[in-house]
Every structure is written in C-alpha cells, then in structure tokens.
Ligand binder design. Structure first.
Ligand code: HEC
Length: 501
C-alpha cells in the first residue's frame, strides 16, 4: 500500500522529467545566439576599453595629431560595434559615453542646476577640427572618465537577461538610430567619420543575425540569402561612399536602410520571434521609420485613459471649431488654427482676443503636434491635454473658462450624446473638464500628416520628387544639421536644455 502511494507521488515527477527532457534540448540549441551575443558584448566592450586606453596613451605621450585622431576614430568604431546592445540594455551608460556635448538641465529640478556633458562628443570637441594642446589635461581627464564609464559595464553583464525578442528589438532600434542620429553626424558633429561608423554598426547587426541564420532552413533559405545580400550591399555602399559631406542620405535610406529594416523584420517573423507589444513612439510593427504607421500617437498621451478613439476625435473636432470655449463666444481654436492654412492663421503674430492688438507669437501649425514631447516655444507644457486649458484660459487668446464652458455644454443634448459616445465608461456625468481636454487632444493627435511627397519619396516612390535632394551636409541643410543650437529645431528636444526667451 505504501509502495503504491509512493509510486503515485513519484509519477508526476517522472512525467515532468520526461517533459523537461523533451523541452530543454531544443531550448538550449535555440539559446545559442543569445549566449553568443552576450559573449560578443563582453568581448567588444573589452575592445572598446582598450581602444580608449590607446587613445589616452597617445594623448598622454604627446603623439602627433594624426595618430591621436586615428586612435579617436578607432575608439568610435569600437563603440559602434556595441552601440546597439549598449543603447538597449544600458541606456544610462550609453548616454554617459555618447550623449550630446551640451549642458543639461533637468526639467523638474527646481534649482535648474546645470549638468555638464561627458563622453565621446565632449572629447571630439577637444580634438576636432584642430587639437589645441593647451587643453591636454582637460582632454586626458575626459578620456579617463570615458574609460571608467566603460568599465562600469563589466559589472552588469551577468545581471543582464538577453532574449531573442529583445535582440531583434535592439537591432531594429539601431537601424532607426543609424538613419536619424548616425548618417546625419548628429552623434559626432565635427569628426565627419560617421559613414565608416555606420558600416561598423551594421556589421555588428549582421554578426548578430547571422547567429540565427542556421535556423532559416527549407522554404526560408531564399530569405536568408536575401538578408545576406541586403547587408553586403548596404555595407559596400557605405564603404564606397565614405565621404561625409558627399554622402547621399536619401539614396542610402531609400535603397538600403529601409529595405534592410524590413528584411530584418521578415526574418524575425520567419523565426517566429515575438514582437514587443509595449507602447512605443515608433510602432514595433512598422516596416521602417518612414512607413505611414511608423509613429504611435498614443505614446505621447499622458496615460491609457487618454488614448485616442474615433469617437473622441469626432467630439474633439466639433469642440475645436466651436466658439463656446471662448469668453465672448466669438472665437474657436480654428480662428487661429485654420485648416485651410495648414492650421495656422497666416499672420506673423496672431490677433489677440477681442481684436485688441496681437499676441506675442504666431500660431504655429498643429499638424503633427501630437508627436511632440513638449509644446509651445518654451516647451512649457508636456501634454496636449494640458495645452488646451492653457490656451482657453489665456486672456489674450480665448479668455475662456473651462468650467463655464463645461456648464454650457451640459445643457446641449447633442454634446451630451457626443461625450457619452466618446467616454462610455463615464458612469454619471460624461461632460467634464477632463473629458473635454482629452477629446480636443485626440482631435489634434488625429492631425498627424506623414504623407507628403517627401514621405512618399522616402518610402521608395522615386517619382514623387523630381529635384535632387540636398545632401544633408551641404548648403542649407548643413546649417541645420551641424550647428549645435540648430539641433533644437531638427530633432525632438528631449536631451536639450530648454531655450529661454
Ligand atoms: C489667439 C489665437 C489662438 C487661439 C484662439 C488658439 N491658439 Fe493655439 N496657439 C496660438 C499661438 C500664438 C501658439 C504658440 C504659443 C507659444 O508657442 O507660446 C499656439 C500654440 C498651440 C499649440 C502648440 C503647438 C506647438 O507646436 O507647440 C497647440 C497644440 C494649440 N495651439 C492648440 C490650440 C487649441 C486646441 C486651441 C483651442 C482650445 C487653440 N490652440 C486656440 C494661437 C492660438
């Protein structure tokens, strides 16, 4: 009897063991790429460390400037070989290594203290365009700081969990980084070495994905071959066109970067590696950065309850054109943001409330405002939801009162109906200040217009632009892309100190 009981208790364990035996051999084989990438990360961090040490030695020993420059470039290449992993798994360290060479002020620091920058880009400014040897000690200090930041990584490898899904996600993000911050020279504004750096970054991706290629068998063999081709062609193009100033970004993006990004996604699907579902600015299933669905406006909303729905957009649109929001009932949002003028009023400065003079700025377009991290010229508001109350209450703009507007709206059965449709979960009173703001914000988020001829051209339809695009680095574009201050206008300002007027 006890024997029987014993066997009965044992049985589930035996069963589990058999299951585990069936399961784990496959798992271990599948885990190979992840393990090898971890090894790669470690090895190439050591290589980066030693490249930076060599740079330091060259500076310390007063080597010739050409040698110091060469050491700097080698260190940057070493950085690019780990960039995609570093940025993904250790973004905080990545920022110390390759953040912009700009003082930073935390938005929410009441004392507004300045945090000095550090890393490659600071070092670059000591070395390029000409190295001023008077600055040697300061430069050495910066290089030492860089080295110590790199060494911090040694302590965190083991704690980092790698998965296939994360690696593909990281590779995808690196492709976007290459297109926006790499080939533009954004993360290396003076050394003009960004094109060879891009080749190094792509090689690191190729290396990673090649670890998965043995799993692409049978019907997937052509895909594997196409992937090889895409990588080889992209890298060859970069090698053959390494001159920063002459590099044709539009051609590289349309002919190489975009198709390659799409191909990596195809490989991920073929391998049945899941795509992340978390909310992202760039949608995880966009084929490339210029795809029509590339950006997810809901990422820019303050919370889940503010996400966009067609009913909210509709209500927001009605409110946008309704003067009920203004103090005198004469003015709506659309008075200054007129759809037929690309949601501006065409004035150099907007006409103030009651036509008493002008407000101090012009009304900017609100097309694509839903994709901004902050709003207004001084970035004073983070969310569209808060922006509306700012404008409605402003004496010179609408001189309105949200609570009064809400009271008015409650008396209108049509509005109550629209509010109820837009906020079905509201139990009692659907017409509230909060809902009004959410609806207007939803309408503005629906005004995302990324389908200009330029967009279509960048998506690969070469017939859409008949003129030659300026290479980014020449004439007017150069002014935008390389002057540090102008970066503010060219890119989302999250890393940059707010401008004061
Ligand atoms: C009197 C004209 C006027 C009216 C009316 C008006 N705006 Fe504006 N709007 C402006 C001006 C001027 C700015 C720029 C202010 C600044 O940058 O400080 C602006 C900025 C904005 C922005 C920020 C755009 C950006 O890129 O930062 C949004 C969004 C916006 N308005 C939406 C609205 C909404 C919604 C309403 C109605 C509730 C509205 N506006 C009513 C003139 C107006």
């Amino acid at each position: 009897m006890t024997h029987k009981l014993f066997l009965l208790v044992l049985l589930p364990f035996v069963f589990l063991l058999i299951l585990a035996g069936l399961y784990f051999p496959r798992e271990t084989k599948k885990a190979i790429p992840v393990r090898q990438v971890k090894q790669y990360y470690r090895q190439h961090t050591v290589a980066l460390d030693s490249a930076v040490t060599q740079l330091r030695q060259a500076v310390a020993q007063n080597a010739q400037t050409t040698l110091i420059h060469q050491r700097f470039r080698e260190a940057r290449l070493a950085y690019k070989r780990v960039e995609y992993l570093l940025e993904y798994y250790n973004p905080y360290t990545a920022k110390h290594l390759n953040g912009p060479a700009l003082d930073e002020v935390e938005f929410d620091d009441p004392l507004q203290r300045t945090i000095p920058p550090e890393g490659f880009q600071v070092i670059e400014e000591y070395l390029f365009p000409v190295y001023d040897r008077q600055q040697k000690q300061a430069l050495l200090d910066e290089v030492s700081l860089l080295a110590s930041n790199i060494r911090r990584l040694y302590y965190i490898f083991d704690a980092t969990q790698f998965t296939d899904a994360h690696l593909f996600d990281a590779m995808r993000q690196e492709m976007f980084r290459i297109v926006t911050l790499g080939i533009t020279g954004f993360d290396s504004p003076v050394a003009t070495y960004s094109i060879p750096e891009t080749a190094a970054a792509l090689e690191s991706l190729q290396n990673t994905i090649s670890l998965y290629q043995p799993q692409l068998q049978g019907p997937h063999l052509p895909l594997s071959a196409a992937l090889n081709n895409d990588f080889a062609n992209s890298i060859r193009y970069l090698r053959q066109h390494s001159n920063f100033n002459a590099f044709d970004r539009a051609e590289f993006i349309t002919r190489f970067a975009n198709p390659l990004t799409a191909r990596v996604k195809e490989v991920q699907q073929a391998l049945q590696i899941p795509v992340g579902t978390e909310l992202r600015a760039v949608s995880p299933d966009a084929a490339n950065l210029f795809a029509e669905n590339a950006f997810n406006v809901n990422y820019f909303a303050p919370d889940y309850n503010s996400h966009t729905t067609p009913e909210r957009v509709k209500l927001g649109q009605v409110l946008f054109f309704d003067p009920v929001l203004s103090g005198n009932g004469n003015r709506s949002c659309a008075s200054c943001h007129q759809p037929e003028k690309a949601f501006t009023d065409g004035q150099s400065k907007s006409i103030a409330f009651d036509f008493k003079g002008q407000v101090s700025r012009n009304a900017p377009t609100i097309l694509n405002a839903g994709l901004q991290r902050s709003l207004f010229h001084d970035l004073r508001v983070a969310y569209l939801e808060d922006q509306a109350s700012d404008v409605i209450a402003s004496a010179s703009e609408m001189h309105g009162d949200l609570q009064r507007a809400v009271n008015d709206l409650r008396t209108s059965p049509e509005y109550v109906e629209l509010f109820r449709g837009a906020f079905p979960q509201a139990k009692n009173e659907p017409v509230t200040e909060r809902h009004l703001k959410v609806a207007i914000a939803a309408y503005i988020r629906s005004l995302t217009a990324l389908n200009s001829r330029f967009d279509q051209y960048m998506r690969g339809d070469a017939t859409k632009l008949t003129f030659i695009l300026y290479p980014f680095s020449t004439a007017p574009c150069r002014r935008i892309m390389t002057k540090r201050k102008a970066k503010f206008w060219a890119f989302p300002p999250q890393k940059i100190q707010p401008m004061r007027n």
